[in-house]
Design a protein around this ligand. Sequence first.
Ligand code: ATP
Ligand code: MG
Length: 201
Amino acid sequence: MTSRRPRLGVMGGTFDPIHHGHLVAASEAAARFELDEVVFVPTGRPTFKQHQRVSPAEHRYLMTVIATASNPRFTVSRVDVDRPGLTYTVDTLRELREARPGTDLYFITGADAIEQILTWKDADELWKMAHFVAVSRPGHRLSAEGLPPGVVSMLEVPALAISSTDCRRRAEAGQPVWYLVPDGVVQHIAKYGLYRGQHDE
Ligand code: ATP
Ligand code: MG
């Protein structure tokens, strides 16, 4: 009997903070593509958010660990947090591939991120390193327009109109983020006073 190659989902994000939209996207992709594991990879310094305030990587990493702890198939990687300089997905995938030879990678992104993917560093390299899964996201059209055929699969997931930007604004305004983010993340935000007195965007 030939056993199939292990399948690793890769969920990249700033996760400032991680919310249920991220977790549902990862869970749905795992079910659809029979992924053995999904590794969440918080960015170091995000390329597209250079002019924006971003919480320290260690807080974003910890919130991601807290949010994923209860799922035996979810893990968190420090590869991007520990790599100096700006975060590029091509470097993330290269590192994960080297660490897991013989594993098929599935990079999971939302509809908004896939729209921009052609502008990412070494875009034509990306397709060789992983299969891409683009999940639906409220307010964004899910489309593979302009992308090479067969490199991206589209996946409709339950619509959660949650964004980290909105969670930050709520935390700053003293409004609840309960049920938008996992309970432990609500508590982490309160414990360290994240997003207080912050006027982003
Ligand atoms: P921000 O508002 O700070 O940009 P965000 O909510 O977009 O935060 P990111 O960390 O930027 O979260 O996103 C990481 C990945 O998760 C991206 O691929 C994004 O498209 C996807 N994603 C985020 N929120 C959702 C959601 N509600 N539904 C589906 N995908 C999502
Ligand atoms: Mg975003």
